[in-house]
Design a protein around this ligand. Structure first.
Ligand SMILES: Cc1cc2nc3c(=O)[nH]c(=O)nc-3n(C[C@H](O)[C@H](O)[C@H](O)COP(=O)(O)O)c2cc1C
Length: 145
């Protein structure tokens, strides 16, 4: 029987002074993450609004925990905070080793629908991040060439 999928959801705060533009920071992170996560059997999703990161990582528990420990020590962000960790029957983001989403006005309605009309609130739950990410990911799949 395959081992269950382990998922974590966390948030952190961008340290803008450390790097260039938010878009460039996101691109750099996704490039390295896609390579490492494909190697480590990890999939997930990364939402960034220029200030807050929201990330989901899923895979084998040891691989997810090792990756999160490495990410948490990254100087490009601070205050990594776990919003959820636990097992799931299947992956939610199996298509992507990591996909970065930079928040834009075009998706304001989606964020509002998930209770995030403006700044990402401190009390945001892991379940809300999962639901938001799944809706954003579905839109990206539809618009893919
Ligand atoms: C918000 C954020 C998310 C990240 N997500 C991942 C990830 O999913 N996988 C990963 O390997 N590195 C991720 N990183 C980068 C790691 O912190 C680290 O720089 C990288 O894993 C080092 O890889 P290397 O040893 O191959 O250079 C992330 C960094 C930040 C700031």
């Amino acid at each position: 029987m395959p081992s269950p999928i382990f998922q974590i959801v966390y948030r952190s705060t961008f340290r803008a002074a450390r790097v260039g533009s938010p878009l460039q920071a996101l691109r750099d992170i996704v490039t390295v993450s896609s390579r490492n996560n494909a190697r480590d059997g990890i999939t997930g999703y990364l939402i960034f609004d220029g200030d807050t990161f929201l990330q989901i990582l899923e895979g084998e528990q040891a691989a997810v925990e090792t990756t999160y420990a490495r990410i948490a020590a990254d100087a490009r962000h601070r205050d990594p905070t776990l919003l959820h960790s636990g097992t799931a029957a299947q992956r939610s983001f199996g298509n992507w080793a990591m996909n970065g989403y930079l928040r834009s006005e075009a998706d304001a309605a989606i964020f509002a629908r998930h209770g995030v009309p403006g700044t990402i609130p401190p009390e945001l739950s892991g379940a809300t991040v999962m639901a938001l990410a799944q809706e954003l990911a579905a839109g990206q799949r539809r618009s893919a060439p």
